[in-house]
Design a protein around this ligand. Structure first.
Ligand code: AMP
Length: 259
């Protein structure tokens, strides 16, 4: 394994990163995994792919304020930088980019990427301006990291589709690599927000994936989820997948399964 257990270099200043990036050999590839941090095995699966299939692997950790439509969700978002650095170190990641919000939004968010179709359905319907924030930060990060390949999870399938669309629309020379959803043994999709579930909620959280993949009608799935104490925000078929957002214990969970 390349660079295994070498301390990854942590870069916080944009200028330092830009200097470092321009020093990397132009004939070597850079694989990139953007995250909000609080790394788990889902993130690790993307990082392993980026590490194994490129000369350099870059992880970014940035809790992007513009993609949080709920200020409370932003404040409560778990931040575990020390632990994340250790995980990245164990995985043999080369660079961790850890920028500050002020630096990423020196333009005070006056420039934005707007998509007018896919961003309005599913998540977009319930999280106004969420995808504007996501696409804008991903564009900024792509411009800085200059990756050859970028890795995104199917756990956030709508986000993945929007990023593929943006890369096509703006003729970006970046290969977007979709990565399958990593789940706990119970079937629950791994997510940083799972840590906010109480023990009782955690014990029944597996029912979400179970009912989504049950093959039953949307009506039956919704009824079963509600009987189990989930509040269903949406449950819809899109692009051969069944997508859902639910609240359990005031924690918002999303998941999707292939039909
Ligand atoms: P986040 O930190 O939640 O923004 O996630 C960063 C990246 O990891 C995104 O591309 C997510 O889709 C991906 N990801 C998050 N959870 C999982 C999971 N359980 N399985 C696979 N990929 C995931």
């Amino acid at each position: 394994m390349k660079n295994s257990r070498l301390k990854p270099r942590v870069i916080t200043a944009i200028k330092s990163w830009q200097r470092l990036r321009s020093s990397l050999p132009s004939n070597q590839t850079v694989g990139f995994v953007p995250t909000l941090g609080n790394l788990h095995q889902g993130h690790a699966s993307l990082l392993r792919k980026a590490r194994d299939n490129n000369d350099f692997c870059v992880l970014s950790i940035f809790v992007n304020p513009t993609q949080f439509n709920d200020p409370n969700d932003y404040l409560l978002y778990p931040k575990t930088i020390e632990q994340d650095i250790r995980i990245a170190m164990d995985l043999g990641i080369d660079y961790i980019f850890l920028p500050e919000s002020k630096a990423m939004y020196a333009d005070e968010y006056n420039y934005k990427v707007q998509e007018n179709n896919i961003s309005q359905i599913l998540e977009g319907k319930y999280r106004p301006q969420h995808f504007e924030g996501v696409l804008t930060i991903v564009l900024k990060l792509f411009s800085l990291i200059k990756p050859h390949r970028a890795y995104f999870g199917e756990k956030d399938f709508q986000q993945l589709s929007l990023i593929q669309g943006m890369v096509e629309a703006f003729f970006m020379d970046i290969e977007i690599i979709p990565c399958q959803t990593i789940r706990h043994q119970s079937g629950l999709a791994m997510s940083s927000r799972n840590s906010r579930l109480s023990q009782t909620a955690l014990a029944k959280s597996y029912l979400l994936a179970k009912y989504l993949s049950s093959g039953k009608s949307l009506f039956e799935i919704k009824a079963a989820l509600e009987r189990a104490g989930f509040q269903v925000e949406y449950l819809e078929k899109w692009k051969s997948r069944l997508h859902a957002a639910v609240y359990l214990d005031n924690v918002r969970l999303i998941d999707n399964v292939l039909l």
